[in-house]
Design a protein around this ligand. Structure first.
Ligand SMILES: Nc1nc2c(c(=O)[nH]1)N[C@H]1C(S)=C(S)[C@@H](COP(=O)(O)O)O[C@H]1N2
Ligand SMILES: [Mo]
Length: 406
């Protein structure tokens, strides 16, 4: 049989990766034939997501979790939100995948294969919180354009890879290096190959942190296709847009990286607070770096009904960008008084922290439980919507769930 009548091995590899299981007899698929599972545009089966995830957009694909789906200390793949700015790469050949390091401030341009990266440097695993800068956008008034995320564009998976700092040390960067910009293999919505859907980055200091990874595995397996297979930059605690998926090039820049969605108003907020709806000049917008302190009640699900006289165990996670959460409280009286929760140490820096409390209610009726985290600088979550900004970033208001005591 002639090989060329059948799908290429590289295509089969990416189909298998996308499906998350072996395609038995896959090598018998005729060239040009798309298996039914991929003809079906059902994003849940295509991306291996739980049916309770909420689809926000299909071009590009964007999907968020509900708070109660994020109850696991380490977020399983099926509950991890999806945020794409373009189209998922169609064909990925792991064997020929390379990462190029270039830019004005690199000592010499270098190209690594995946095998080089995995074998030349020590491998590390960390649990790292990734929250979309626009998580919570749906609450802003006047409304901000963009995906109307509620609370579910956040995850804390376990990422495995090599340290970006180790790689940069071997490559050698010049004194004038200030930023690392990423480039990736996803496709612009226009399908114009000269355009990138997104090309953001991080300052050198963030790149050098020991938790900043070039990851090739998530939750102990190859990174799922939609989350950046086969290589991803991971910068925990910063807006997740800094963590480039499908990574194939890093540019060591002698200026702040100016790739797609790095400039203008993208992932920036007014340097000084503005009135809701106010126009802000581009030069008065500052790049979002560490994400603000925030928490999420992941158990019970909002709307829980309990019987009078019983106490209710609540739990969730809290995180604070580059900082740690040092205090966690809840309120059942709309923020008038606050009671402490227990808060765990993070398993490693930049991972979210578990909190728990036993809540007692004075009598039958409708309640809301509000959760409030405080970071190691003493800054707490605002009770309601914080500083309005044109693009609707950084809504870290207290999380709230409804409870009925009957
Ligand atoms: N190459 C590439 N990397 C990307 C994106 C993208 O569209 N393309 N989206 C970014 C944004 S805005 C977010 S919030 C996270 C989402 O990561 P996830 O889909 O794995 O949850 O990936 C970031 N990295
Ligand atoms: Mo994002």
């Amino acid at each position: 049989m002639e090989r060329r009548k059948f799908v290429k091995r590289s295509v089969l590899g990416s189909l298998t990766a996308a499906l998350g299981m072996d395609i038995v007899f896959g090598w018998k698929i005729p060239a040009g034939y798309t298996p039914l599972v991929f003809q079906d545009p059902d994003p849940y089966s295509m991306f291996g997501k739980d049916k309770q995830m909420v689809l926000l957009n299909d071009r590009p694909w964007n999907m968020e979790a509900q708070a109660h789906l994020l109850d696991d200390p380490v977020t399983p793949d099926k509950f991890m939100f999806i945020r794409n700015n373009g189209l998922v790469p169609e064909e990925i050949d792991v064997d020929s995948w390379t990462l190029t390091i270039d830019g004005e401030a690199v000592r010499q341009k270098k190209v690594y294969t995946l095998k080089d990266l995995k074998s030349r440097f020590p491998v590390h695993s960390y649990q790292l919180t990734l929250e979309c800068g626009g998580n919570g956008r749906s609450e802003f008034d006047p409304a901000a354009k963009g995906n109307q995320w509620t609370v579910g564009a956040v995850s804390c998976a376990e990422w495995t890879g090599i340290r970006l700092g180790d790689l940069l040390e071997e490559v050698g960067i010049k004194n004038e290096a200030v930023y690392v910009g990423y480039h990736a293999a996803d496709i612009h919505l226009s399908r114009d190959p000269s355009k990138e859907p997104i090309s953001r980055g991080i300052p050198i200091a963030k790149a050098m942190q020991k938790e900043t990874l070039l990851a090739f595995a998530m939750n102990g397996r190859d990174i799922p296709m939609v989350h950046g297979h086969p290589l991803r930059l991971i910068a925990g605690g910063w807006p997740a847009s800094a963590s480039g998926k499908w990574l194939n090039r890093l540019s060591i820049r002698d200026q702040v990286h100016d790739g797609a969605k790095m400039t203008g108003t993208s992932y920036r907020v007014p340097c000084n607070t503005v009135a809701p709806g106010e126009k802000v000049k581009d030069e008065d917008m500052c790049i979002i770096e560490s994400m603000p302190v925030k928490s999420l009640i992941t158990h019970p699900k909002s709307g829980a009904v309990i019987s009078n006289g019983k106490s209710l165990k609540i739990r969730g996670h809290a995180w604070a960008g580059e900082l740690e959460v040092t205090k966690m409280e809840y309120s059942i009286d709309f923020g008038s008084t606050w009671t402490s929760c227990t808060i765990n140490q993070p398993p490693n820096r930049l991972a979210w922290q578990r909190f728990e409390a036993n809540v007692a209610f004075p009598k039958k009726g409708y309640y809301e439980i509000w959760s409030r985290a405080t970071d190691s600088n003493g800054v707490s979550q605002p009770m309601v919507l914080p500083g309005w900004n044109p693009k609707g970033y950084l809504n870290n208001a207290c999380h709230r769930i409804a409870v009925k005591v009957s």
